[in-house]
Ligand binder design. Structure first.
Ligand SMILES: [Zn+2]
Length: 312
């Protein structure tokens, strides 16, 4: 049994972004998730404030020209439309902080076993272009940065309902980082990239079939790659109520999924850093309840009484 609590990374800027009215992105969910964790009694001191990644670090992984175009706003309107947010200085700064947060979550996992980021999962970002609400790819930036520092092999388990196309493309020539994406086959992105391990599940996939697919894939990949670190994208847009997901997975199965991924890492003594990933509902309270399942799973593994305060 692990002791105390998992490391948790957060920054208020995650929810600080001015968007047009009726924009479909649930930007308030980050702050609402943080508040919900505080409201069940998790102490403020359990959270670390994420700090922005440096431009130099970012330029090691993403195209410097692309970074500059997002920094100074010279990026073409067409490229911004593909991202899905209006350009702003705030958007760029928020992205840097979220990228730093995922990197710091991964570093915390290496020290503490399990670490959770109240943001992250920007898996549609490519080397020199963004897409689907993603400017830069936090998973790839964290993985590639750590590869040069302290670890030799990393496994990215991406269970967001959308394929991790940006991650797959950015990691195509990097055998030390294995990309795994289990997603809804008939969903965005319609042109899929090739991950090291892809499973495209059908829209009518049952809870049991989904969980079995996840279990087998995770166990197989851990045995095969024997990573020093797992980065886990725990997107909740697989849920039956999700407005963009197209799958019909229950809340109970969502919790079971998060528990089995974290448990599998703990059983194999592999540090795991999880990001909350995608999740789209107009009802932010209902959405936060789904993102909380990841925290419930981690709290359960830590034997923390906070687990029982989160309903499934
Ligand atoms: Zn998604």
């Amino acid at each position: 049994m692990l002791t105390s609590l998992p490391a948790m990374l957060y920054h208020p800027c995650y929810s600080e972004l001015d968007l047009p009215a009726q924009h479909r992105y649930p930007i308030t969910k980050y702050q609402a998730l943080y508040q919900q964790l505080l409201s069940i009694g998790v102490p403020v001191s359990a959270f670390s404030l994420s700090t922005p990644i440096s431009s130099e670090q970012l330029a090691q992984v993403h195209c410097p020209h692309y970074i500059r175009s997002l920094q100074d706003g010279s990026i073409l309107p067409k490229a911004m439309r593909r991202i899905g947010f209006p350009w702003s200085e705030q958007l760029f700064q928020r992205s840097l902080c979220s990228l730093g947060g995922t990197l710091q979550t991964a570093q915390a996992a290496l020290k503490q076993g399990i670490a959770l980021h109240l943001s992250g999962g920007y898996h549609h970002a490519f080397y020199n272009e963004g897409s689907g609400f993603c400017l830069f790819n936090d998973l790839v930036v964290a993985a590639k940065t750590l590869l040069t520092q302290e670890v030799d092999k990393i496994l990215i388990i991406d269970l967001d309902v959308h394929q991790g196309d940006g991650s797959a493309a950015m990691l195509a020539d990097e055998p030390r980082i294995i990309s795994c994406s289990i997603h809804c086959e008939k969903n965005f992105p319609y042109y899929k990239q090739q991950s090291d391990w892809d499973v495209g599940v059908a829209k009518d996939c049952s809870d049991n079939d989904y969980l079995q697919t996840v279990q087998q894939s995770v166990q197989t990949l851990i045995n095969w790659h024997q990573p020093d670190l797992v980065l886990y994208d725990a997107g909740v847009d697989i849920h039956q109520r999700d407005e963009l997901g197209l799958l019909s997975i229950s809340t109970a199965a969502l919790y079971q999924r998060d528990l089995l991924v974290l448990q599998c890492c703990v059983d194999n003594a592999i540090p795991v850093a999880a990001v909350i990933g995608g999740g789209y509902q107009r009802n932010v309270d209902a959405l936060v309840q789904l993102h909380l399942q990841l925290f419930k799973a981690a709290f359960t593994l830590y034997g923390s009484h906070f687990a029982s305060k989160i309903e499934t």
